[in-house]
Design a protein around this ligand. Structure first.
Ligand SMILES: [Zn+2]
Length: 155
C-alpha cells in the first residue's frame, strides 16, 4: 500500500534524509502507482529499468511489491535477485539514481545545481566540478523525458 504523505511532510523527510533514499522510495512508489493503472508491458519495463538498475537500493518490501506485478517468472526472478544484492560492496554507482534524487530535491526543496552535484554526484572525486554538474543535468533531462513520455506525474 502506498503511504500518503502531504507535500510538507515529504519535504521535511527529504530535508532530514542526507542520502536521499526517501526520494528513491517516492520514485518507486510513483512507478508502482503507474503500473497499477497501466498494463502496457513496454512502457512499464522501461520505467522499471530506472528503478531496478540500482535495485540494491530497493528494500525487500519494495522488491516483493514489484515482483508481484511481474508478468513472467523471469522478470520476477530478476527483481528478487537484484533486491538480494542490496548493499553489495564495490558495486559501481550509475548516474540514474543520483538523477532521481537531484530531480526530487530540485523540485521539492529548490536546491541549486552546484548543491545537487555536491550532494549526489557519484564520481567519487574529492571535489566535484562542472563536468559532474553537466552529466548530472543531462541524466535528469533524460529522466524527465521518460516520465513525460509515459505521463507519470513525478515528483
Ligand atoms: Zn563528481
Amino acid at each position: 500500500m502506498i503511504r500518503v504523505v502531504t507535500a510538507q511532510v515529504f519535504r521535511d523527510e527529504l530535508a532530514k534524509d542526507k542520502k536521499g533514499q526517501r526520494a528513491i522510495d517516492a520514485f518507486v512508489d510513483a512507478i508502482q502507482q503507474y503500473v497499477d493503472e497501466d498494463e502496457d508491458d513496454r512502457s512499464v519495463s522501461e520505467l522499471m529499468d530506472w528503478a531496478y538498475l540500482e535495485s540494491w537500493l530497493l528494500t525487500f518490501e519494495q522488491a516483493t511489491k514489484l515482483a508481484l506485478k511481474a508478468k513472467t517468472l523471469d522478470e520476477c526472478h530478476g527483481i528478487l535477485k537484484r533486491a538480494s544484492a542490496r548493499g553489495q560492496k564495490g558495486r559501481p554507482s550509475t548516474k540514474r539514481v543520483p538523477a532521481i534524487k537531484a530531480l526530487v530535491y530540485q523540485k521539492e526543496l529548490g536546491w541549486t545545481w552546484p548543491k545537487l552535484r555536491d550532494r549526489f554526484c557519484p564520481c567519487g572525486k574529492a571535489k566535484h566540478d562542472s563536468s559532474c554538474q553537466d552529466s548530472l543535468r543531462a541524466e535528469v533531462v533524460m529522466l524527465k523525458r521518460l516520465l513525460k513520455k509515459y505521463g507519470v506525474s513525478f515528483p
